[in-house]
Design a protein around this ligand. Structure first.
Ligand SMILES: Cc1ncc(C[n+]2csc(CCOP(=O)(O)OP(=O)(O)O)c2C)c(N)n1
Length: 363
């Protein structure tokens, strides 16, 4: 737990293991991961990117609902989730595709969720993965609650919860951190600082030196890590997981960048320029790991394209399995809000059904 015990976020340094050329610059921090695992993590990051790109294109074709892209954030998601053992919990916001795949939420179910069907959220009971949480930072309260339950039950599982930089301005974020530190819950909180909350840049979000520093006020360690560096993410997350299991909560700020739009409803050219984005293309977490693998001879240039084609085919196969399979009836909007429908909802349902009848008789 060398990093957790020594790191001081007030000094505003950032933990890095590998530079943008894919060279190991801090070998003493290199996590113990086999070459085989590194290669499969690379493939998982590529699978995440392939799924993201295809989901976006399907949405543009009108074959998917609103979608939140992950491009650029794959190492932050995959590297943190790699530190979890099977019975540990993961509590997402809504932009954690790499973590979801790592945890075992199937491609089909994920696509079904974004296709607009809640059955996609039924991940299977033994996965210990909470569903997508759209109310910003509310998931931190749930994560701390699970943490308290784990302590009561004397289980040794940790709970890793995710939030965006914008989420750190919500009351829920601060209340959750405070409770977690007071009750020493086994939580690892991961902020994916992707620099924007929709159009609001990080400079308008906080006057703090960084986001990791917020941990100190609550009495827990806070670590700033290069979120585009897979090895740094793994090293910090593994040490944070060990610390949380033994002592209590840790806050990680994964410094990364959202290369795409906030969602398919957003146009980022309205609030940022190519000059803001281009430097981050060079820091692309997949390219960085690819350079490492190529340098080490663990991957050959000619293997990349066939791998890409294989992954794209996998994604399309998963999508075809759910396309149309779960188109829901509009009536379900009314029937699943409460156990018994309220008079107001009943009135709206009656109105909708009367409208349908009228439409039919006009045909
Ligand atoms: C409580 C709440 N307020 C506002 C919104 C609308 N909203 C959706 S996403 C978003 C920005 C979130 O930014 P951030 O936490 O940085 O995460 P990112 O989207 O960048 O991953 C906002 C304000 C919401 N979903 N919930």
């Amino acid at each position: 737990m060398q990093i957790i015990k020594k790191f001081n976020p007030l000094e505003d340094e950032m933990i890095q293991v590998m530079n943008e050329k894919g060279e190991i610059i801090n070998p003493e921090l290199m996590p113990d991961v086999s070459d085989e695992d590194i290669l499969s993590l690379y493939k998982l990051m590529r699978r995440t990117r392939a799924m993201d790109t295809i989901a976006l294109s399907l949405q543009r074709q009108g074959r998917m609902l609103t979608y939140a892209p992950n491009m650029g954030q794959e190492a932050a998601q995959v590297g943190s989730a790699y530190a979890l053992k099977k019975t540990d919990w993961a509590v997402p916001a809504f932009r954690e595709l790499g973590m979801w795949l790592m945890k075992g939420w199937s491609m089909e179910k994920i696509l079904q969720y974004w296709y607009g069907n809640e059955w996609g959220s039924h991940t299977g009971e033994d996965l210990r993965l909470l569903p997508v949480s759209v109310p910003i930072a509310s998931q931190f309260q749930h994560a701390v609650g699970i943490g308290m339950a784990a302590r009561f039950k004397k289980e040794d599982d940790i709970i890793m919860a995710y939030v965006g930089d914008g989420g750190t301005s919500q009351g829920d974020f601060h209340e959750a951190l405070n409770f977690a530190a007071v009750y020493k819950t086994p939580n690892v909180f991961v902020i994916q600082n992707n620099h924007y909350a929709i159009s609001v840049p990080i400079s308008k979000q906080t006057a703090s030196k960084n986001l990791a520093v917020k941990a100190l006020a609550y009495g827990m360690p806070g670590i700033l890590v290069d979120g585009n560096d897979l090895f740094a993410m793994i090293a910090v997350s593994q040490q944070a997981a060990d610390y949380a299991r033994e002592h209590g909560p840790v806050l990680i700020e994964a410094f990364t960048f959202r290369l795409g739009a906030h969602t398919t409803s957003d146009d980022p050219t309205k609030y940022r320029t190519d000059e803001d984005v281009n430097p981050w293309k060079e820091k692309d977490p997949i390219l960085r790991l690819e350079r490492y693998l190529l340098n080490k001879g663990l991957l050959k240039e000619e293997e990349i394209e066939p791998m890409q084609e294989e992954l794209e085919a996998e994604v399309m196969e998963a999508y075809r399995a759910i396309e149309h399979s779960s188109d829901t009836k509009v009536e379900e909007i009314f029937s699943y809000h409460y156990e018994t429908m309220t008079p107001q909802l009943q009135e709206q349902l009656d109105e909708y059904q009367a409208f349908l009848k009228g439409a039919e008789s006009n045909v």
